[in-house]
Design a protein around this ligand. Structure first.
Ligand code: UFG
Length: 330
């Protein structure tokens, strides 16, 4: 079985993909600085190298641990609001440091690369659902940084034969057993809903209810992290088996959107709790609706989301938040 190097393997999506890869019989080297990830989220069966993406010496050490067949690159800053306030942080971390990782791949002979990209690279498209051929016009520095790195991948293909898949996630959510969503300064809807249900947060603010949607709140396409993990595994298998494959990008969503109010209502039913809510102003940069067309991932990778109905998403997340009311506690 191949060895995969996973950057950001201590983060929310990375840690769950690591577990999934190891369960399928792969060897994994996790490379993570633990700046935003959690040590206890790293699968004990993985080899762990603690290091920053910008540290080429450490990276070389990680590549030398085993013969690496492919890289999955999750490590990134991923907060839209923070990116608006500190765009240079996002360019440095998500683009410049990512380029150091690409150089290391080239020098260590690694040609298969999977990248965590985002629907934020599309900005506010006029067409819904969003397919991969729509123009990428990000409206915030986070989306811009992910788009710039995608372009680095396409350039690396031309320059030295890298074969990359960019996976453009819609709204990652849900939990897998003891692995769940815990960000410092949480901004994501579902964890915040459950913090309000548990009382660890006094209430939830709806960021605007005057959008041009049926109930006035924003609509998102929620995709369970186990379905993201299976897409990563399939994309990696296709990169490693099909030597003639070209680099490409896939949207990962289910093609069905839920409004903020629909999510809150479903969470009230599942938790049996009240969940105090107040309507506040719009959050800058929030598009009214983001729903994926992901036919390409389904037809080309054979991907079928199996865990992304709202009920499963919320039940797995609620179970995790009840057992980890203070997250990973580090
Ligand atoms: N929301 C609230 N109240 C909250 C938190 C969120 O009303 O306390 C709303 C947001 O305004 C938005 C929806 O819930 O309408 C979903 O918000 P999230 O923050 O959970 O997710 P986003 O859609 O903003 O962000 C996701 C990813 C980002 C990615 C972005 C692309 O988490 O990484 O999609 O738009 F960049």
């Amino acid at each position: 079985m191949p060895t995969i190097l996973v950057t950001g393997g201590a983060g929310y999506i990375g840690s769950i993909c690591v577990k999934n890869l190891i369960d399928q019989g792969n060897e994994v080297v996790v490379y993570d600085s633990l700046e935003r990830g959690h040590r206890s989220a790293i699968d004990e069966r993985a080899t762990f190298v603690r290091g920053d993406l910008g540290d080429r010496t450490r990276l070389d050490r990680a590549f030398a641990e085993r013969s690496i067949a492919a890289v999955m690159h999750f490590a990134a800053y991923a907060l839209v609001g923070e990116s608006v306030e500190q765009p240079e942080l996002y360019m440095r971390n998500n683009v410049e440091k990512g380029k150091i990782l690409l150089d290391a791949c080239r020098d260590h002979g690694v040609r298969a690369f999977l990248f965590s990209s985002t629907c934020a690279t599309y900005g506010e498209p006029k067409e819904m659902p969003i397919h991969e051929r729509l123009p990428q016009l990000p409206t915030n520095p986070y989306g811009e940084s992910k788009l710039l790195f995608e372009k680095e991948l396409w350039k690396a293909e031309e320059a030295w034969g890298l074969r990359a898949v960019a996976l453009r996630y819609f709204n990652a959510c849900g939990a897998d057993g003891d692995l769940g969503e815990d960000h410092e300064a949480e901004t994501h809807l579902i964890p915040i809903v459950f913090e309000a249900a548990l009382g660890t947060r006094p209430k939830l603010f709806i960021h605007g209810d005057d959008y041009p949607t049926p109930d006035g709140t924003c609509i998102r396409d929620y995709i369970h992290i186990l379905d993201l993990a299976s897409a990563h595994r399939l994309a990696m298998e296709s990169l490693l088996s099909d030597r003639g494959a070209r680099s490409r990008a896939y949207n990962l969503g289910v093609g069905r959107g839920y409004s903020v109010r629909e999510v809150i209502e479903a969470a009230r039913e599942i938790t049996g709790r009240e969940i105090p809510v107040e309507v506040g102003p719009r959050r800058p940069g929030d598009p009214p609706e983001l729903v994926a067309a992901s036919d390409l991932a389904r037809t080309e990778l054979g991907w079928t989301p199996e865990h992304s109905d709202l009920d499963t998403v919320l039940r797995t997340a609620w179970s995790w938040h009840q057992r980890h009311p203070h997250g990973y506690g580090d």
